[in-house]
Design a protein around this ligand. Structure first.
Ligand SMILES: Cc1cc2nc3c(=O)[nH]c(=O)nc-3n(C[C@H](O)[C@H](O)[C@H](O)COP(=O)(O)O)c2cc1C
Length: 197
């Protein structure tokens, strides 16, 4: 299982980067091979299919092609995911003619960090919609983290036991999801039997 983390902000001590890295670490403890793409490794130039000269574009898209699952973490900027994270996700357009295309067949875990619940939840919802549009399978559990809540962060790291428990759950869903591919759904088989009877 290869898991690619995307996100964070350019702010030193970025909390969304810390959240993304925490999910990757939980996935690595379960045996996944992980790679993080923070703003330093993400394409900075606005996505332009006619100009892929950003030096980060090729390694970023190559890593996504090899990935089984992705973690996308964004700060809430004016109630939405940041332009930097959205621009990086726009580079997935380079995978439109892949087989399978875009992020098809991969699990996508959305993580949003903001300084209030409204932006955190809105941003989580937007991330889920973008993952869905890119044909990823969003994890049932998304993370909306309110960095303004006391005790959520300590020394730049996530410290709230509830948030840490959800990170473990998210890693579990990231890694078990792909294993379900091709597995018949129990309820579906039951209803087939019923209709055949
Ligand atoms: C440009 C900008 C816009 C922001 N807009 C919001 C907002 O609308 N609502 C909110 O709760 N926090 C907002 N914030 C605060 C960030 O979401 C919050 O500080 C977050 O933890 C930053 O993530 P980071 O630590 O990864 O940089 C904004 C911050 C910046 C820099």
């Amino acid at each position: 299982m290869r898991v690619v983390g995307i996100g964070g902000s350019t702010r030193p001590g970025s909390s969304s980067e810390a959240a993304m890295r925490a999910v990757l670490a939980a996935a690595a403890r379960r045996g996944a091979e992980v790679a993080a793409f923070t703003p330093a490794e993400l394409p900075q130039r606005p996505y332009d299919p006619a100009d892929l000269s950003d030096p980060a574009a090729e390694p970023f898209v190559a890593a996504l092609r090899r990935a089984d699952a992705v973690v996308v973490a964004s700060p809430g900027y004016h109630g939405q995911l940041s332009g930097l994270v959205k621009n990086a996700l726009d580079y997935v357009e380079e995978m439109r003619e892949d087989e399978p295309p875009y992020l098809d067949g991969r699990i996508g875990a959305p993580v949003a960090v903001a300084f209030g619940w409204q932006a955190a939840v809105n941003t989580l919802s937007s991330l889920r919609q973008v993952l869905h549009a890119l044909r990823a399978w969003p994890t049932p559990l998304g993370l909306a983290i309110n960095a303004a809540e006391p005790g959520v962060l300590r020394d730049g790291q996530l410290a709230d036991p509830g948030v840490l428990a959800r990170i473990e759950q998210m890693a579990e869903q990231l890694l078990t999801g792909p294993r379900l591919r091709g597995t018949p759904i129990e309820g579906h088989r039951t209803s087939m039997k019923r209709s055949e009877a």
